[in-house]
Design a protein around this ligand. Sequence first.
Ligand code: SAJ
Length: 419
Amino acid sequence: MFNKISVIGLGYIGLPTAAIFASRQKKVLGIDIDASIVRKINKGEIHITEPGLNSIVHSVFNEGYLKASVQVEPADVFIIAVPTPFKKNNSEIPTPDLKHIKAAVMSIAPVLTKGNLVILESTSPVGTTEKISEWLSESRPDLNFPHIHFDEADINIAYCPERVLPGNVVNELIENDRVIGGISLLCSQRSLELYKTFVNGECIITNSRTAEMVKLTENSCRDVQLAFANELSIICDNLNIDVWELISLANRHPRINILNPGPGVGGHCIAVDPWFIVSKSPSDAHIIKLARKINDSKPDWVCDKIKITIAEYLQKNESKTINDVTIAFYGLAFKADIDDLRESPAVIISKKITDTHKGRVLVVEPYINSLPKALSNADLCDFDFAQKEADVHVVLVDHNVFKEASPDCEFMIDTRGIW
Ligand code: SAJ
């Protein structure tokens, strides 16, 4: 049935998905436009950090089940897992950019044959799966597509979002429940059959529009909850209340579960996906839009706190000038215990301060070997060096190694409440 599976886009979702299918003895061809990624996978190696993934890719490659290529080939199933960034367009509301999805769809169009299943996994605005069906039918008028022919179509198309947590992807891919939204019932049923080859969680069938909205709703819900926690942290700071104590006490209520505030909300999902809802329903999506604004403004608030703390340090150390003040940032990743710096509020904050601060800036980030270009004026160092050299200490990520440390800092901003 599904003997040959092609996964288009070998990133944080596509590569683990390709590897797990291959580990179930499916012949998998991974496609990526980046030749260096393809070369790496074709040596049995990986280009991302994700616990447990390296050994799976290594063995499925050696057993001959996984290969990578820049060139699409015929297959039984095509799974699209490419990024869906947004465009800012000088407007208040960013809009989703479907160029990578469209390019992936156009790349498979020439090799499609009757009976193929096409699955979109990329987070996408509502209606994208139907659009894929339209694009394909324009490009392949010799085939029937489900947005017109439903269960009679030659090609089946569905939206099947992932909901895995970076850092626990391999386990969650297998164990999480999965929502499967076909354009027709047959599209859903065939997709369910495919995912059952490795998903232990329940696979639940719906239509493609609902499945698209489920994915956006999950991440928007978390964004709204994070905005609540971040707003609380600012209110508590003004009222001289320890927000961490407040939350732990409020969370003793049986129906309250407030998340932890932080320096902002990062990553390529929660900080992005809510805009896909807002851009489709700008006059109705009030809370979702406000949550985005609250979370996006938190890094500026942290920068202001850093400036106030520097001023306090100088007040206490009268012989020093601003040029003498060394600041240490602890963590750059967008969240704990990963190496991913995408959309990281920690990068935004440390860059903003590094660009204007006249003294030295140190960064402690055990998950990277060199600083990104944006921070070329800062120095990457280890924890002990930062503790010894810095005057002002700023915790931006709650990595376990930081939690286990016993810091000694008089002037400190702890955006994660770990010290
Ligand atoms: N964060 C806090 N406080 C918290 C929890 C998180 O400040 O209490 C911050 C993190 O530091 C990070 C951001 O929120 O900056 C997002 O982190 P996250 O752990 O909440 O989520 P992601 O982006 O790693 O993964 C999310 C997950 N979605 C939900 O939990 C609803 C995951 O299940 C999705 O698969 C993933 O987005 C995705 O790919 O869409």
